[in-house]
Design a protein around this ligand. Structure first.
Ligand code: SAH
Length: 390
């Protein structure tokens, strides 16, 4: 495919692109030569020198997204090389599972494309109009390089609207099953690829789950709020904990229950709104040695940052009285908008408002199959703080 447009960047802004930041904002576009439509484009600095090739979308907040800083053809072979590099990285970094994030968008220099692999099946999310346009190039490349039995598209995220795209879901290759069984650290897990959330499972919390299992002592009482299909719960139960797990999504809980049985584990799953349950309900099951708070990202934009902050405050504030003296928590934020520092601030305030001191025992991030280049801070979205309350 040939570039059809030339995007000229405002003087001085080329530096960030040359140092691997992948997006050009609307305000940073000086001029565009060529059609005002979604197409392949070159990016030029103030002197007319080409600095990148990427996708152009005139209506996006980020009209230009970098595919490469080299002068190279964008064709099927280009995507085959990208996929091979991304897959080899996972083979090297990820251990003891057959499911991982195979491609993480900008972090793998494939902007707007997410691919999760569950055994022989892939689930993809297309987040940008540029990647949608390039589907005839990357899809055959993906089929060839992955050798996947099936590929399901689950592009249902709200962000597509801003790109001029509708939500879509459906098979791209083969016949995707309803759900896929896979193995994570010796546990039989299920990805609800058709009817679940996101791509069906939260691969990003794998390292935190392993860390939790290593910290738990047999007989510990654990409350896993926002448990989804029971990722943290099953690890805790296998470590000998007595686990109560809460989620609002009945379908996820039914799968979690099946998963517990398949692993010969017992977990008390409760269908409830966690905000209410922490205030009323959980008390009967407590006090707890551990509370896991892994709420969804309710703030995708800076405007909503405050509501997320106070949402987390409410959860931590309600959780603290449910802990035994010296009880511990893992509090997570999967929104880039709620930074580690803000998350710590919220926890400090919630503890103070309970008349308690809180101690930081560690920080955890998304697992390694979700790479986080420092040149693109937005990619480091998931963080969790390990806390002890006295
Ligand atoms: N900890 C999970 C992932 C959590 S994702 C894991 O390791 O797999 C966030 C979860 O929060 C989703 O399962 C969603 O159904 C649930 N959720 C969203 N709002 C909720 C609410 N108010 N109360 C309880 N669960 C909620």
């Amino acid at each position: 495919m040939k570039p059809e447009a030339v995007v000229k960047i405002v003087e001085g802004r080329e530096k960030k692109i040359k140092t691997f930041y992948p997006w050009v904002q609307k305000e940073e576009v000086r001029r565009v030569e060529g059609p005002k439509k979604v197409c392949l484009a070159t990016l030029e600095d103030f002197n007319g020198e080409q600095i990148a090739i990427g996708t152009y979308n005139p209506i996006s907040r980020f009209p230009f997204r970098v595919l490469t800083l080299e002068d190279e053809p964008i064709d099927q072979a280009f995507f085959e090389r990208k996929f091979r590099t991304a897959f080899e990285l996972r083979e090297k970094l990820v251990t003891d599972t057959n499911a991982w994030r195979a491609v993480f968008s900008e972090a793998d220099q494939i902007p707007g494309l997410i691919i999760d692999k569950y055994g022989d099946h892939l689930v993809v999310q297309v987040r940008s109009a540029g990647m949608e346009m390039l589907k005839p190039l990357w899809l055959p490349a993906l089929i060839a390089v992955s050798g996947a039995e099936s590929i399901l598209e689950k592009s249902e995220m709200a962000g597509r609207k801003e790109e001029g795209l509708e939500p879509v879901a459906g098979p791209l290759h083969g016949t995707p099953p309803d759900s896929v069984e896979f193995n994570e650290t010796g546990l039989a897990m299920t990805a609800l690829i058709q009817d679940g959330l996101k791509t069906g499972y939260y691969l990003d919390q794998r390292s935190a789950r392993r860390e939790l299992a290593a910290k738990i002592r047999p007989g510990d009482k654990v409350l896993d709020a926002f448990c989804y299909t029971g990722g943290f719960s099953l690890y805790a139960a296998r470590a000998g904990a007595d686990v109560t797990a809460v989620d609002i999504h009945g379908g996820a809980l039914a799968a979690a229950d099946r998963q517990a049985q398949a692993n010969d584990l017992s977990v008390d799953f409760v269908e409830a709104n966690a905000f209410d349950y922490l205030v009323e309900g959980a008390e009967d099951k407590g006090p707890f040695d551990w509370i896991i708070l892994d709420p969804p990202a309710i703030a995708k934009t800076a405007q909503k940052r405050d509501s997320l902050k106070w949402g987390v405050w409410k959860l931590v504030h309600a959780a603290i009285p449910l802990l035994k003296p010296g009880g511990r928590m893992l509090v997570c934020s999967c929104s880039y908008q709620l930074s580690l520092q803000k998350l710590l601030d919220v926890c400090r305030l919630a503890a103070g408002d309970n008349g308690k001191q809180i101690f930081v025992e560690g920080v955890t991030y998304q697992d390694l199959d979700h790479p986080a280049p420092l040149s693109f801070p937005e990619s480091l979205y998931l963080k969790g703080v390990w806390l002890r309350v006295d």
